[in-house]
Design a protein around this ligand. Structure first.
Ligand code: 9UX
Length: 70
């Protein structure tokens, strides 16, 4: 089944940051769709298997702050 992830993404200050985070999300196998909005610091996307921890690690490795929205 396709699940939706919602994350808060901090430490983004410009549109290029947003593109970087979207690229990180989209490059992960299992992520079908990803959208990051700077104004709300929210990232959403669709994914198949549970890759949330991989997604969090990859985003933090790129020096952005990230956490799951419950
Ligand atoms: Mo913009 Mo973001 O000049 O890591 S790319 S601040």
């Amino acid at each position: 089944s396709i699940l939706i992830f919602q994350l808060t993404v901090g430490a983004m200050t410009c549109a290029t940051c947003v593109n970087s985070v979207e690229d990180i999300f989209r490059k992960l196998p299992g992520v079908r769709k990803a959208l990051v909005v700077l104004a709300t610091s929210l990232g959403r996307g669709r994914y198949g298997p549970s890759i949330i921890s991989t997604l969090l690690n990859a985003t933090e490795y790129a020096s952005f702050e990230v956490s799951v929205v419950q």
